[in-house]
Write a protein of this length. Structure first.
Length: 256
């Protein structure tokens, strides 16, 4: 607005009631603004409920209570990151319907208020709390860590439900597990140094080297969500041949 815009205004006499009405409107607006700001912390709750509902209806992922006394989710961000992890897995396996088929149905994620414990996915039969147990620790180290670890745990759920078909097949096909096909009774030798490509993560001490199960969870998680290890150029990402084996083996699982 420029001062010239006021030059044409002439003083006008207004009835006194007009001012009173103006004052009341201003007071009403101020009161509404105060109420609006006081309720701000609750405004994200509908979003939390919406995320939980979408995860259950679209992906058959149950995140438990997102309000009330039984809810241990501390912020809507925790649910946003969980949703991102699920969506990224779905994108990798071919969409929401393929996610449900590949996982073989309901995935229960239990949010527990435990500070110094990593997230974990107990084997089938020991899954009293849930298929995946998400701790405070999981969400205390930023979005990339939280999302990556949830994807990693979904990888374990897939593996348990395939009776370790995924970890055994993928580690054998990349060469990380060397098996004597003529002597099936002899245990396979697991050594990620023998794999066609280095495993993802810290080259000196890859977590993937712990076991075939962790190797699978790590190559799966880095295929789905490379951003986590990608934060440092010192880390290895997943090689193209290994990523191909991961995707081909997953497709085979969904087709069964
Ligand atoms: Zn693991």
């Amino acid at each position: 607005m420029t001062p010239a815009a006021h030059l044409d205004l002439k003083p006008r006499r207004r009835p006194r009631g007009w001012w009173l009405a103006g004052l009341l409107v201003a007071l009403a607006l101020a009161a509404l603004a105060a109420i609006y700001h006081r309720q701000l912390p609750d405004l994200t709750l509908p979003r939390a409920v919406q995320i939980a509902r979408e995860l259950l209806q679209v992906f058959q992922v149950d995140v438990g209570a997102v309000e009330g006394a039984a809810c241990y989710w501390r912020a809507t961000d925790e649910l946003e990151w969980t949703s991102t992890a699920v969506v990224r897995v779905a994108d990798t396996v071919g969409g929401p319907a393929a996610f449900v088929t590949t996982l073989g149905g309901l995935v229960r994620m239990a949010r527990v208020p435990v500070p110094e414990l990593r997230a974990f996915a107990p084997p089938v039969g020991q899954d009293v709390l849930g298929d995946i147990v998400l701790t405070d620790y999981n969400f205390d180290h930023g979005a990339d860590y939280a999302i990556y670890l949830i994807v990693h745990e979904i990888g374990h759920v897939l593996d348990w439900r395939s009776h370790k078909h995924l970890s055994q097949t993928v580690s054998a096909e990349t060469g990380a597990s060397q098996c004597d096909l003529d002597n099936p009774s002899v245990a396979c030798v697991f050594d990620t140094q023998r794999a066609v490509e280095p495993p993802p993560g810290n080259p000196a001490e890859p977590y993937a080297g712990v076991s075939t199960e962790e190797y699978w969870a790590e190559v799966f998680a880095t295929t789905v969500y490379p951003e986590y290890y990608g934060q440092s150029t010192a880390n290895n990402l997943v090689g193209p041949q290994t990523a191909d084996v991961v995707k081909t083996t997953l497709r085979g699982l969904g087709a069964e």
